[in-house]
Write a protein that binds this ligand. Sequence first.
Ligand SMILES: [Fe+2]
Length: 244
Amino acid sequence: MFGFFKKSFLQSELLNGFTDVHCHILPGVDDGVQKMESALHILDFYEEHGVKRVFFTPHVAEELHENNRDHLLQRFDELTKLYKGGIQLALGAEYMIDNGFEMLLDKKEDFLCASGDTLLVETTAQNPPINMSQIIFELQDRGYDIMLAHPERYFYMHTADYEELVAKNVQLQLNLLSIVGLYGEHAKKKGKNLLEKGMYTYVGTDLHNLKRHQQQMGIKAFSKSELKAIATLIGNNNQLPIGK
Ligand SMILES: [Fe+2]
């Protein structure tokens, strides 16, 4: 279908054994999946394709007032009570580095981490946080391993910024479908480039909606070298411990 070397992600069977480190499947808490039955359906779809572990990473941001630690833990508890499948589940979060995050940091918040002390953070696509270096320093000083979500989507970041982050031991997380254009040409170009240079450590789906992901994972063509590089990242995902 795609020529000799190209395959869709589903054809590659790389979901078999996969740990998804970034997704918005926990229902009704952010702009991701809304209904419990949809969340359970997605987990069934994942299991059919061999996914072994899912880290839920709902958005935590200043404007999402309800998404504090206790509320998310309660939603997670509701889901795990209903879930009867075989995938291992853990709750983390995707923290937007904004004023609210800085307030949590000042209050010594016990941040939600799905894997050990690995903390998933993001920034807006357009603007760097004012104190990014200081925040990275403080988080690392508190013992967190920082995973930066979808750096390819940040318009303000350039090669030197990525190199600086990697030098500071910030682990970069690719959004799987960035490199087939789900988030536009800019993210696609940067994602391919960072993947080729070996700058990423992890890969996540950042799934908000199964239909869109299922379709793109089923039809978009990945090159042999892209699939090989992604397989390495998946290997890193799968090495992460689950839970605290
Ligand atoms: Fe996300």
